[in-house]
Design a protein around this ligand. Structure first.
Ligand code: GLU
Length: 495
């Protein structure tokens, strides 16, 4: 649904300007998303600019992490820049400001807080050492029209003389950002509300250099449920950790978009990237903090997983199963010498228990376990027993914890004898039910089926025994039941 009176913007050029001094976390990713949606909606360009002027703190590994995170989310960029590669640009503008009397050198340190710096060196033009400070002579209130917050005003006195560069080759981000926004023809600066206090400073620098002022939009911070600042645990983890945990990129995108923005139809919660682009509008970004609710993310992820086919789900399970050591690829059909990396990957895997497993097997598991799964990695917890022998305490085999060992053993025997008579091809849910249910009704449903299911899965909760047996097949099923019986006997002998 496109908003009838939604504004249209021409020549939109926006950017995300991360400092590669940390991983791509959810705050920056969401700012990138809002910029990207805005660019896409208005046929504009989205730019990735690494603000790496802080040489000590900027690291290549963070740059890779940021790029990989954005790529995984599908947030594509049209141009890419690195401030460390553009020193001449900043030097030119610094010289301009210096010759115009807009800045001066000051031997004091860069101010660490927002306390205005009143500098005794501002009129000593002969000083040649020290950092560059902006000579703030502004008397009039600095006002700008923020697209999210409306008119925002600052008293220039509160800014003091603020630092903009350590020296000609080391610009600070406040200054480098203004220069780049002008050089890169940025039309709209959409960024976190934490930058709000930088805006009047950047406006003054921009005015001194005669730059056109971009439009500003400061988006709300992401908060914990109790409205405190987002903790490391929830939000400040790397976006790639969300991939590791088994969130789908489109689910995370959807979730992030709704942190601080909502579509015209506010009841709609599942929105594809395409719809987000069509429906995005800065006018509907909220002013107040946006709450990070992990339960909502999990719910959303579940909806996205449910919309996948079983084959897609199985394919997405594979890296998680591999990570957990439950399967590894079986490399067959070597076509070229290994030195050429020339393996043809097959769709066959070796499970932890040594059995050979094909994609079809994982597809069956996906069909069965999907309804219970919120994150792809859940399969390694809920479905591990499909790939290795279950680990469990003997008490688990006892129905309601009161079934005597002797009875469990007897029920397992009955089940084994019955299953032994079935052919492997008849190991289907329906056939198995047909064979076992009548006996179970006679012997006690719980007493017969609980030990069976527990011996197969090693879990208190799992899908039903018939579904599990259909997937495991006759051989493994009987193996597990015999193993349970053996353990019971060993236990009885010991006491
Ligand atoms: N480099 C700044 C940051 O990492 C971004 C500044 C801006 O968006 O103007 O938050």
């Amino acid at each position: 649904m496109t908003e009838p009176n939604s504004l249209h913007f021409e020549n939109v050029r926006v950017r995300i300007a991360p400092s590669p001094s940390g991983f791509l976390h959810i705050g920056t990713a969401r700012t990138a998303l809002f910029n990207w949606l805005f660019a896409k909606k208005h046929n504009g360009s989205f730019i990735l600019r690494f603000e790496d002027t802080d040489r000590e703190r900027s690291k290549k590994e963070f740059e890779y992490n940021i790029r990989e995170g954005l790529e995984w989310l599908g947030i594509t960029w049209d141009e890419e820049y690195r401030q460390s590669e553009r020193p001449a640009v900043y030097q030119t503008y610094l010289e301009k400001l210096l010759s115009g009397g807009w800045i001066y050198r000051c031997p004091h340190r860069i101010e660490q807080s927002n306390t205005p710096h009143i500098c005794p060196f501002r009129d000593q033009d002969e000083t040649e050492e020290g950092i560059f400070r902006f000579k703030n002579n502004e008397k009039k209130t600095i006002t700008f029209n923020d697209m999210v917050r409306g008119a925002v005003s600052f008293n220039p006195k509160d800014l003091g003389d603020f630092s903009i560069a350590v020296d000609f080759s080391r610009p600070l981000f406040i200054f480098a950002g203004v220069v780049d926004d002008k050089e890169m023809h940025i039309s709209h600066v959409i960024r976190g509300e934490d930058h709000l206090s930088n805006t009047p400073k950047q406006i003054l620098v921009g005015r001194a250099l005669g730059f056109p002022e971009p439009k500003w939009a400061h988006i709300p911070l992401i908060l914990e449920k109790n409205r405190s600042k987002l903790s490391k645990r929830d939000g400040a983890t790397s976006i790639l950790d969300y991939r590791e945990m088994g969130y789908l990129p489109n689910a995370l995108l959807n979730f992030m978009a709704l942190m601080g923005w909502h579509p015209l139809d506010d009841t709609k919660e599942i929105i594809s990237p395409k719809e987000l682009i069509a429906e995005f509008s800065v006018e509907r970004i909220q002013k107040g903090g946006a709450v990070f609710n992990i339960d909502k993310l999990n719910w959303m992820n579940k909806q996205y997983i449910n919309n996948l086919t079983d084959k897609e789900t199985a394919q997405l399970f594979i890296p998680h199963l591999m990570n957990a050591g439950l399967i590894k690829p079986e490399i067959k059909n070597i076509q070229f010498p290994a030195a050429y990396g020339g393996y043809t990957p097959t769709e066959t895997y070796v499970a932890k228990d040594g059995k050979s497993v094909r994609l079809d097997y994982i597809i069956q598991i996906a069909a069965l376990e999907k309804p219970r799964i919120e994150k792809l990695s859940d399969i390694t917890v809920f479905g591990d027993f499909f790939f290795c022998k279950p680990q469990y305490d003997l008490e688990l085999l006892s129905w309601k914890g009161v079934q005597p060992l002797e009875d469990i053993r007897r029920k397992l025997d009955i089940t084994i004898n019955l299953l032994d008579k079935l052919e492997n091809k008849n190991f289907t849910k329906n056939e198995l039910e047909g064979a076992l249910i009548p006996i179970a009704e006679k012997e006690g449903k719980g007493e017969l089926l609980w030990p069976l299911r527990a011996a197969l899965s090693g879990k208190k909760a799992s899908p039903g025994p018939f579904e599990i047996m259909e997937i495991l097949g006759k051989e493994t099923t009987i193996e597990r039941l015999k193993e349970a019986k053996k353990r019971l006997l060993e236990h009885v002998e010991k006491i």
